[in-house]
Design a protein. Structure first.
Length: 649
């Protein structure tokens, strides 16, 4: 089947385009990728039509970067001498036209019904690829009875969705992109839309409503995750008509605290989707709430070796920013959580169960190991680590409960080291005794272990690395066990547009600014390239955006006691990922109590009490190998945030 001949691009000339449009119908769709000049051309055409005495209307249909109106909405406007004047809008409460294309098409159709007769321009979203682009284009042309499509495109790129356009039977006018058009960065778009949103809410009231009295529609987050509601756009709807739009302040004790423009009306129907002000105050798309199945595999250098006889059951794997956490032996195998700091080529291990499925190269890059306790399924993999690190490698730090130094020394002493010279593996071992670390250094083949000075610590903080921290609490398993909380440190990013606005050049002073802001020293003075100085707090507010750190908590082998629950709930409070044992079903609670383990129900209750974002259960008893779904069902009954990992290949 022959392809149609490519259509030539018309020059970007609004006056010439206006002449052609007037001869071809009343409804014109401006279509093209983001940052190509659609909104600019829409305004220029409207101005020309208005100068000729024609009334011109427009629907701004891009909720993420609206040509006029509010972000998170689609708006109907009429051109006046001063620009677009909004006459109606429909709330979407999302910035993502591709994901929520059906609600967008419905909203645009409702606005079209409100528009008077006359010239109508539709400024389409910049979604021009894939199924989303195809369905948006087709839906708009058919629903809005479009006469002409102005297709803005760059000379160097093929015209998008031409098969769809040709099949619709409309006039197509391919137009060269605006000569100064450039695709804005996500950060630039976020700052622009945030400014529009903040201006809209500058004069606002706070209202409180009982969530139980509202009909919440859209795609709201779970009610039992109140933090996920904070900052969300919300709109009150009456029979498919937007009455008002505002922002959720908090959800607390079943009550919604909402910021609305002064004197705005409300209804019983509340629309909530994924438009949300983040911790930096920027209006962005919230990540979909992650519950249910997790379909993620880490990159090859973080993956365990495949095995034909693998019988560990589902193997959870989660992604944090710049790192990956994999339960190497699955939910039924020996506990071993591999946390791969990908950009640093560095690994941390939580427990040391069977390690045979990790590569020797990973062993070379392990910097820290955090042992819960010394039962063999938690420490037996040390011999793999010991053998793999013969050579010129730095000391590996190992943390664990009292007695750990003796356990490690005993395993080392069980091997003859007469042929390795000074290439013996080196370890710095730290036993956790209350609020102090009792430490020793061992290099195999070089004599006995050497005691190191004790270190005092506070609030459980045993590691304070430039990239992360690790905290610990001691729990009871009929023997002391340690649970650990890993937290990556916040990252500071420079807003280059703000830097240019201030007339400042980049340089080492920005790293100093990030350092002092990260340390909380907002009063520090920062010397600038022109040798002037300014206070760090003010500079940081203007120049830096913050990407908060993420935290992961690891806990296993603990009895279901009130002190254990209280300590672990505090450690895991609002954790992004909570790896927690769920060894037995409630039907086998006697076995759980006898052996000092949690049931699935207890695991779920602790996760809910800690208000974790995602629960990753593991360390299931092998008695449930043929029916792991029973464990997950019991977990889900106690906690709505359980990750159900896919089964390993």
């Amino acid at each position: 089947m022959p392809h149609p001949a490519p259509l030539p691009l018309l020059p970007y000339c609004p006056s010439s385009l206006a002449e052609q449009l007037l001869s071809g119908g009343q409804r014109i769709l401006l279509f093209g990728e983001t940052g190509i000049g659609k909104s600019t051309l829409t305004a220029e055409l409207a101005r020309i039509f208005s100068e000729r005495g024609l009334s011109c209307f427009c629907i701004a249909a891009d909720p993420g970067s609206p040509g006029f109106g509010l972000p998170g909405t689609v708006s109907l406007g009429q051109w006046r001498e001063s620009g677009w004047q909004v006459s109606a809008f429909e709330a979407l409460c999302t910035l993502d036209a591709g994901r929520f294309r059906l609600p967008l098409l419905s909203a645009v159709s409702r606005l079209m019904q409100k528009a008077p007769l006359g010239l109508m321009l539709i400024d389409a979203p910049g979604v021009v690829r894939g199924i989303a682009g195809s369905e948006l284009l087709t839906g708009m042309v058919e629903l809005l009875e479009i006469d002409t499509v102005l297709l803005l495109n760059r000379q160097s790129k093929p015209l998008p969705l031409m098969n769809e356009l040709l099949s619709l039977g409309v006039r197509i006018l391919p137009v060269h992109a605006h000569p100064e058009a450039c695709r804005p960065s996500q950060k630039t778009r976020a700052h622009k839309r945030t400014g529009q949103w903040r201006t809209y809410l500058a004069v606002a009231d706070e209202i409180t409503l009982d969530l139980a009295d509202l009909r919440v529609i859209g795609s709201p987050p779970p009610i039992d995750v109140p933090d996920a509601w904070t900052g969300r756009q919300c709109a009150f709807i009456d029979t498919e008509r937007t009455v008002s739009i505002g922002e959720i302040i908090t959800l607390q004790d079943g009550k919604l605290h909402i910021r609305l423009p002064t004197a705005a009306a409300t209804t019983r129907t509340l629309l909530v989707r994924d438009a949300r002000c983040d911790k930096n105050g920027l209006l962005v798309s919230a990540a979909p709430f992650a519950s249910g199945n997790l379909q993620f595999l880490p990159p090859p250098d973080a993956m365990p070796y495949p095995a034909t006889d693998y019988s560990g059951g589902p193997r959870p794997a989660v992604k944090l920013r710049g790192m990956y956490a994999t339960m190497v032996n699955g939910v039924f195998g020996d506990p071993l959580l591999h946390l791969r700091l990908h950009q640093q080529q560095r690994s941390l291990l939580f427990d040391l169960g069977d390690s045979g499925r990790l590569s020797t190269r990973i062993a070379h890059q392990v910097s820290d190991v955090f042992i819960s306790h010394a039962h063999i399924d938690h420490i037996g993999g040390f011999l793999w680590l010991l053998r793999s690190r013969v050579g010129d490698f730095p000391s590996c730090r190992i943390f664990g409960p009292p007695g750990l130094i003796g356990h490690i020394k005993g395993m080392i002493d069980g091997v003859l080291w007469d042929r390795i010279g000074d290439t013996g593996p080196r370890f710095e071992i730290a036993e956790i005794h209350g609020n102090r670390l009792q430490r020793a250094h061992i290099q195999t083949g070089c004599g006995d272990c050497v005691d190191l000075p004790e270190i005092q610590f506070a609030e459980g903080l045993i590691v304070d690395d430039p990239q992360f921290t690790v905290r610990t609490v001691t729990l009871d398993h009929h023997t002391p066990v340690q649970a650990y909380a890993f937290e990556s440190k916040a990252k500071f990013n420079v807003d280059n547009n703000a830097l240019k606005t201030l007339g400042l050049d980049a340089g080492p002073w920005l790293n100093e600014l990030k350092r002092v802001i990260g340390a909380g020293d907002t009063a520090a003075m920062i010397r600038l390239p022109d040798n002037s100085s300014r206070e760090a707090g003010g500079l940081g507010a203007l120049l830096l955006t913050v990407t908060p750190g993420e935290n992961l908590v690891y806990a296993t082998d603990l009895a279901d006691t009130a002190p254990n629950r209280a300590a672990l709930t505090a450690l895991a409070h609002k954790a992004d990922f909570f790896f927690c044992e769920a060894s037995f079903l409630e039907d086998d609670i006697d076995q759980a109590q006898r052996t000092g383990h949690l049931t699935a129900r207890a695991c779920g209750e602790i996760a809910s009490a800690a208000d974790v974002k995602q629960l990753v259960p593991f360390h299931f008893s092998r008695r449930y190998e043929t029916r792991p779904e029973d464990v997950y069902l019991e977990l889900s009954a106690a906690c709505s945030r359980v990750i159900m990992p896919t089964k390993s290949r």
